[in-house]
Design a protein around this ligand. Structure first.
Ligand code: UTP
Length: 224
């Protein structure tokens, strides 16, 4: 299978070297049987640097470029942890990512262009390489009716259709203070190509496999 992972920056940041090795090991094992692509997010470091740059009067597009830099910094750590099972370069395009892929190799990339997030990059990469599954491995264990950190009555969806996911991503983004687990552009891309997608808690290593093959307790996005 061809698998694309969107790995939230918070999943990698804060891990010590040994723990990063463990994460890399799980990806290596998957790469022995599948073609694996991982798009790494910016996490805390992106938020901190963007906040400071904005306070200094930087433009939004400049802040996005800082965010992209942070995603590449996090991607570099994963590349270091993967050693020989990856390429020592971060692709700057979908074509480059596809060209770097080979059996046993985990292709790792970060952000690409301003105005989006790495979820959108992972969705477009999934389209580009014809992925069998997109796994959004994030800091929340699925898609909820509301932000579970803000609303204790929020319920997790076991399943959503692509249209439902896109509707939710659009609405959530418009409400002040609420966050969508998937950005609206990513949700639209996932919808237009009906990409089979799962949203799982990324810090749980088993979820890397389960997100692809099933048996996780996150949210599955399917056409029906
Ligand atoms: P992330 O993909 O990590 O954004 O990119 P996020 O969803 O806000 O973060 P997580 O999932 O909680 O970790 C960080 C920032 O980098 C810029 C955006 O400003 C984004 O908010 N970025 C990233 C881009 O402009 N383009 C990209 O392709 C990727």
């Amino acid at each position: 299978m061809i698998l694309v992972y969107s790995l939230g920056g918070s999943i990698l940041a804060g891990r010590d070297a040994q723990s990063l090795k463990g994460y890399a090991q799980a990806l290596k094992e998957l790469a022995s049987e599948h073609r694996i692509f991982v798009v790494v997010g910016g996490g805390k470091i992106a938020r901190e640097y963007i906040a400071k740059a904005r306070a200094l009067g930087a433009s939004e597009v400049f802040c996005d470029l800082i965010g992209i830099g942070a995603t590449k910094l996090n991607a570099s750590l994963l590349i270091a942890a993967l050693e020989k099972n990856t390429r020592q370069e971060i692709p700057d395009s979908y074509a480059q990512a596809a060209a770097l892929s080979a059996p046993g190799i985990v292709v790792v990339m970060g952000g690409l262009s301003p105005g989006q997030t790495t979820d959108a990059v992972s969705a477009m990469l999934a389209e580009y390489v014809g992925a069998d599954k997109l796994i959004i491995a994030t800091s929340v264990d699925g898609v909820y009716t509301a932000d579970p950190e803000v609303d204790p009555s929020a319920r997790k969806y076991e399943r959503l259709t692509h249209a439902e996911l896109a509707d939710m991503a659009m609405q959530t983004d418009m409400k002040a203070g609420s966050r969508s687990p998937i950005d609206p552009l990513a949700a639209k891309i996932i919808q237009r190509s009906l990409i089979p997608t799962s949203v799982v808690l990324g810090k749980n290593l088993e979820n890397l496999k389960r997100g692809a093959l099933g048996g996780h307790d996150g949210t599955e996005i399917r056409p029906e």
